[in-house]
Every structure is written in structure tokens, then in C-alpha cells.
Design a protein around this ligand. Sequence first.
Ligand code: ZN
Length: 457
Amino acid sequence: MTPGPDRTVDLLITGGLVVSPEGTIAADIAVDRGRIVALGASDLLPPARETIYAAGLHVIPGAIDVHVHFREPGFSHKETWTSATRAAAVGGVTTVFDMPNTDPPTASVAAIEQKHDIAQRQAIVDFGLYGLIGEGNLDQLESMAAAGAVSFKLYMGSENPLVPCPSDGAIVEAFEILARLGIRCTVHAENTPLLTWRGDRLRAAGRTDAAAHLEQHIDLAAVEAVSRAGIFAEWTGAKIHIAHESTRRSLPHIRFARQRGVDMTVETCPHYLLLSTDDGARLGDNFMRVKPPVREAGHAAPLWAALLDGTIDILSTDHAPHLRAEKTRPVIWDCAPGFPGVETSMLLMLAEISRGRLTLEHYVRMACEAPAKAFGLYPRKGALRVGADADIVLVDMTRTGRITAADLHSIGNATPFEGFALCGMPVRTLVRGATVALDGQPVGTLGWGRAVTPRRG
Ligand SMILES: [Zn+2]
């Protein structure tokens, strides 16, 4: 891969500090035809047609966000692939996996192909598409994977008729199929009958307040589903990924599943690490609605500890944009659940790095390397090494600012992190060697983003 001394490459990134989970070194990076072709001291690298000077900057792999809702098709008033991938690029995210709860949901080959066409025309970062597991499409999972589904989403906890929870029988059969195909299944782990029963009781009692959302989504709903998913995975040999872990009470059950040999990866999101129900006073209690819920103070510290010790191995965002009007309705059941996050996650974590809560090496492990390894993209993505795609983010740890909704590129920009103080910013994002964001502005060409092709098995 390394070019000879006579060979001029496309791009050199010089003078920066290159970060991996193992450490940080001063090194230059040579890029040619979208891939990293050499890494090392500048006098050993080939000449280049273009040079990016990165003195004083950290150079990290682009973040891989395996949990986003980019809303198209069906909900383009909230977000489009153009707005969402611009937000991703500015936020230092170079690969996204889009969830299937669009309209139509991606529950068939035709729906996967339709979304692929939409994404391919607009995306400025690389992407993968989730297929949906339903009771009626188990015989199509293999053909959906062949059509490009990079993973499958199982809504174990769902009140949404677009994406109903399959029966346990169908879940086990789906796990058997995905185990055979070598595809990891991402699980929204909550217990649907528990959610439905409690929701009905709370509505019947006339409850419309924000606390009712928490009383519906009690920790037990998450704990039971994590545990059951682990048992089903153990029985079938399926690889599973627990989405958006929100409660400290799941952590022993995650550890127990791993002790039994279950291949279970787990993600959490910035809103579970940085917010609690106390933030309702600032944002409005109804605005806080997200599934699973942001819980009372006392969960974030154990979730941080679990993220640092590897019990939780992946940082994602569950980017779920809505219009502000959809988030501020007076009846809690009418408030749209979720927040935008793809543009703010790296910013928030860099601020935490500046405060000493974690290191940039930790961040690269949880936001780049671990998701790439879990979903078969490594080492093509998730690492700065020879042969990898040149998905690269330059970070200026000295730059400060504040999060402001008006600055975000999502259409549904109602962020819960309004006003958060920042220290450290991504200042340039490259996808396969092309700059797609510069100094907080998207500059990528629409359609530059490509569908990723994971390794299976
Ligand atoms: Zn989600």
C-alpha cells in the first residue's frame, strides 16, 4: 500500500497528533484515492498534491454513529438526508446507521432500496441502513441483507404501530436467522406488555404529566428486556447490540450475559450521561420525553463508569430530531420522543475530555473503533491506519463556544443541550479523503456519501 518515493499522493495531513485507543503520537498521514496509504514521520512520506496543516490539532478517526433516525422517507418536515448528513459532517461523524422506523419502514427489500436511493442522492457522509424485524418478514431478512441492510432493528419495546414488537417466538426465529447470517441485531430493549399495560392505566387515570412517562417506562421494562434478549442470544448464538442503555440497573445483567459468553455490545447516548429529570426545570418537563427516558439523577455516574470500564462499549446518539412545537405539547403522551444528537455528541464529549472525565483515547475507542468492530466495518473504518478509508476529523482542543439550536444543521434542532459550554471542537471532517465540513460549516458534495459494506460472520 505504501507508495514509493517517486509517487505523489493526493493529500498529506501534517503536524498533527494522531489518536488511537492505544495512545497519541505525532505523525503525518498520507491519503491517496480516499484511503490512508502511509502514516509516520514527515520526511518518510511521499509528496502530495494538497497539504492540510494540522499543527496544534488532534487527528482522530471519524465517529461512527450506529443509531440515528434521519426521518426520510416519511417525515422530512423533521429532517432530510441532506440536513442530517450535513449535521453529521459538522459534528465529526463520518458514518451513520439509519434506523428503520421511517414511513414506509424498511421492512422489505423494496423499502431498503427506496431509502438507499434517497440517501445516495443526498448524503455527504457514509451510511448503512437498518432493516426492521417484524412477524411478517422473517423470510425476507436474508434478501434484505443482500439488498444492503447492514444490521436489523428489533423493537422489543414499542407502542408504535409502524414498528410493532414481534412475539417472543418470532424474536427467537429472527435471532436464529441472523446468527446464521452473522449479522448483529440491534435491540430496543424494553418490555412491550409492561409498557402497554402501564400506559393504559396511566391514561385511564387521567395522567397527562411528564412524570407519567417515567412511571410507564420503569427501569424494570429495560432490565427485563436486556436480560431476555441476552437469554435468547445465548440460546440462538445471535450477536446482539443493546441500544440506548438508560439505567444503571441493567448493568449487572449486561455483565452476566457476557460472563455466559453472549456476544452483546451495548451503547449509551450523551443525554443519559449528561442529563437527568432535574433538567426538566430548565427545558420543560415534557420536552425531556425520550424512549427510554432520561431518568432521575443517580444513573449518569454509573453509566459513565460502565462506559469507561467497557461494560458499555459504544457511544451513539439516537439522533431523533423533531420540531420544537412537537416537543412542547401540553399532554405528555402527545410530545414527540427524542432529541437531535449527531452534531453535538462529539462536542459534548470533547468538553468532558477538557474537564478530565475521559480521554481522547477513550473517545476514539467508544465512538470510532468499537462500533466499527461490532458491525464489521473495522479496520476499513474506525481507525487511522494504512488501508483504512481516510475518514478523518481534525480536532482543536483549545476552541471554545456554546451549543445553540440555531447553529445546528438539523431541521428539528430542538436540542436539550442549549447553552452547554464547549471546549474542543471538530474543525475539519474528511470522508474518504474529501473535506465535508470545515470550521463548523458543511462543504461536502451532496451524494458523496456511500453505503458501507460490512464484513459478516
Ligand atoms: Zn432510536
